[in-house]
Design a protein around this ligand. Structure first.
Ligand code: ADP
Ligand code: ADP
Length: 226
């Protein structure tokens, strides 16, 4: 179960700029929430506040009824996938996927089991000994997903995870992500510029503009009945 609630969440950066104003959203368990809106409207800032990578200036973040504002990122049971993949170049695919678990002192045999399970789901089994430089964009993307999956988090945050891929791979990965969502039964918050991604993946779409939520609705209501 993972319900995520943002209540009057605001972000004022140290320079005084208010990037997010009174963000309100109740996300149900297993929802696939999409954030859309022009560049600079506060999508990443909001995602980073949920992850704990950015302090919440005011308001509350709740996960399953527990206030999370002051909980360390590593204790939030959340995994984030970035658009630049953020893989360690000197580590193999296996070690990249194992790293977050090693940090958390998970026993070695358990790490091994989880990495191999994730590799199977993501079709990475043949690539475990490779370094990121020897992978295609889509493969790197899958390793980044794998790093998130092995931790079995309640909530996945994805910030334009497909934006660096070419059109064909993007379509392929979009289908992979939809399958992953169904298979993992996880709650996902996903930032994208791509209307097709928003329409096909989202259970609900949050439209932001200049730090404010303009509209929250299902893809059907948002795009089919203008
Ligand atoms: P988006 O993800 O929608 O493109 P961001 O959340 O990255 O938008 O940024 C929202 C706004 O906050 C932008 O105007 C951006 O320039 C500003 N911003 C982001 N990070 C900082 C920071 N560290 N200090 C001041 N302003 C920032
Ligand atoms: P987890 O998998 O547990 O989320 P990560 O492996 O993503 O942990 O990251 C652990 C720490 O290493 C974080 O502080 C993160 O910002 C940092 N980190 C992640 N990827 C890279 C990278 N490619 N280069 C440098 N630092 C990184």
């Amino acid at each position: 179960m993972s319900e995520v609630t943002l209540k009057n969440v605001c972000k004022v950066y140290p320079n005084g700029f208010q990037a997010v104003k009174d963000f309100n959203l109740e996300i149900q368990d297993k929802e696939f929430i999409i954030f859309v809106g022009p560049s600079g409207c506060g999508k990443s800032t909001t995602l980073r506040m949920v992850a704990g990578l950015e302090e919440i200036s005011s308001g509350d973040l709740m996960i399953d009824g527990k206030r999370m504002n002051d909980v360390e990122p590593k204790d939030r049971d959340i995994a984030m996938v970035f658009q630049n993949y953020a893989l360690y170049p000197h580590m193999t695919v296996y070690d990249n996927m194992a790293f977050g678990l090693k940090l958390r002192k998970v026993p070695k045999d358990e790490i091994d089991k989880k990495v191999r399970e994730a590799a199977k789901i993501l079709d990475l089994e043949a690539l475990l000994e490779r370094k990121p430089a020897a992978l295609s964009g889509g493969q790197r993307q899958r390793v980044a997903m794998g790093r998130a999956i092995v931790r079995n988090p309640k909530v996945f945050l994805m910030d334009e995870p497909l934006s660096n891929l070419d059109a064909k791979l993007r379509v392929q990965m979009r289908i992979e992500i939809a399958k992953l969502h169904a298979r993992l039964g996880a709650t996902i918050i996903y930032v994208t510029h791509d209307q097709t991604e928003a329409m096909t993946l989202g259970t609900r779409i949050v439209v932001m503009s200049a730090g404010v939520v303009q509209q929250t609705d299902t893809p059907e209501n948002l795009y089919n009945h203008p």
